[in-house]
Design a protein around this ligand. Structure first.
Ligand SMILES: Cc1ncc(COP(=O)(O)O)c(C=O)c1O
Length: 398
């Protein structure tokens, strides 16, 4: 894109931001730089590049031109100064937490997060003397009450995996500013198409790029965006010394996926709304959680905080765990798998699959009941998704 053009719509931004055709040959598509190292012009040049990524590429663990395109693209979409990519979403979360928390620190964590994030706080970080409290972050009073003199961070997910609970981003920022705390949000379910937390004052946005950003279920990746200072610090700290670098091939696939983020998300949202309405009206369904339904406890917040309601629908069938199992075993087009954000409609059972290692008490506190089914609504024709769910629900004997 030439200078002098300010992009207004997200459809143009996902295609053009953060990338230019290759200046040496005009290649329009992002080149995949499969190189581990970069030749130095002199000893002095090498010394500078080893000292800081800001002088140029040195070694791919610390930076690579294909990764730079992805990092700049997501940072631009989120309205952040800079980004840093990792080999997976969990890699990104772990790198951030390990770099920013130390023994004696305390974090307030929302009680519904991706299971590995929960485990990181509950088990891994505790081994190194970091304390945390899991609180229902839908209630900002509870968040504020959990703050101690040694609290350093508020960490949350919105919409949360798997219950699609929402956390009021501006409220978290207000509390964090009052106590001088860092704020980090996992916005994987949101994507920059639906919400841009940096614009609301959050310090750090984290994505499992494996999900909607990639969009096709064929690459793992993670990305953090925030201030340039913080991204430099993370690159020199946990990226450099713990690894976790994203591969350039995966970066290419994620960049390619992001270019269709708007068209995919529109269809995910449209389909999810239809599916949620169908499920809510079905006699064999106990409850449906979808931010777009007026019955969702934070529907009003969703309308102000998000541009649309997303592609994730969670529901409970009547008859508990057995009925849920029957439903999942009876679908014909929808697929049983633990990924999300793919073009394919995916179903999973958090209590036995993604969240099996979260202690039951904690799981229930976070709203993850035994009968809960999580559905990542794909971009297939919605009549087929609904037909498939309908025929599967018919198999359940209540
Ligand atoms: C909200 C959320 N955050 C983080 C992750 C972890 O991402 P990854 O699987 O890319 O490590 C997931 C995975 O499902 C997730 O759903």
């Amino acid at each position: 894109m030439k200078e002098g053009m300010t992009l207004k719509g997200i459809g143009s931004k996902v295609v053009h931001l953060g990338q230019a055709s290759d200046p040496t040959n005009g290649a329009l598509s992002t080149p995949i730089f499969l190189t581990s190292a970069y030749e130095f012009n002199s000893v002095e040049d090498g010394a500078k590049k080893c000292e800081s990524y800001n002088y140029g590429y040195c070694y791919t663990r610390l930076g690579n031109p294909t990764l730079t395109v992805l990092e700049e693209k997501v940072a631009a979409l989120e309205g952040a100064e800079a980004g840093l990519s990792f080999g997976s979403g969990v890699g990104a979360i772990a790198a951030y937490l390990i770099s920013q928390l130390k023994a004696g620190d305390h974090a307030v964590v929302s009680d519904t997060t991706y299971s590995a994030s929960h485990y990181l706080f509950e088990t891994t970080l505790r081994k190194f003397g970091v304390e945390c409290d899991f609180v229902d972050a839908t209630d900002s009073e509870k968040v504020e009450k959990a703050i101690r003199p040694n609290t350093r961070m508020i960490y949350f997910e919105t919409p949360a995996n798997p219950t699609v609970k929402l956390v009021d981003i501006k409220e978290m920022v207000r509390i964090a500013k009052k106590y001088n705390l860092a704020t980090a949000v996992d916005s994987t379910f949101g994507t920059p198409y639906l919400q841009r937390p940096i614009e609301m004052g959050v310090d750090v946005v984290i994505h499992s790029a494996t999900k909607y950003l990639c969009g096709h279920g064929d690459a793992m990746g993670g990305i953090i965006v925030g201030s340039k200072k913080l991204m430099d610090e993370l690159r020199d700290d946990t990226m450099k010394n713990m690894g976790g670098t994203l591969g350039p091939m995966e970066a290419f696939l994620i960049i390619r996926g992001i270019k269709t983020l708007e068209v995919r998300m529109k269809k995910h949202c449209e389909n999810a709304m239809e599916v949620a309405k169908f499920l809510e009206s079905h006699p064999k369904v106990e409850r449906v959680f979808y931010p777009g339904l007026p019955s969702h406890p934070q529907h009003e917040l969703a309308k102000t905080q998000m541009d649309d309601f997303g592609g994730m629908v969670t529901f409970e069938v009547k008859g508990g765990i057995e009925a849920g199992r029957k439903l999942m075993e009876s679908v014909k087009m929808c697929v049983l798998a633990v990924n999300l954000g793919d073009v394919v409609t995916l179903l999973q059972h958090p209590a036995s699959m993604t969240h099996w290692y979260v202690p039951k008490e904690e799981r229930l506190k976070g709203g993850i009941t035994d009968g809960l089914v999580r559905m990542s609504v794909g971009i297939e024709s919605v009549e087929d998704i609904i037909y498939d769910l309908g025929q599967a629900l018919e198999q359940i004997q209540v």
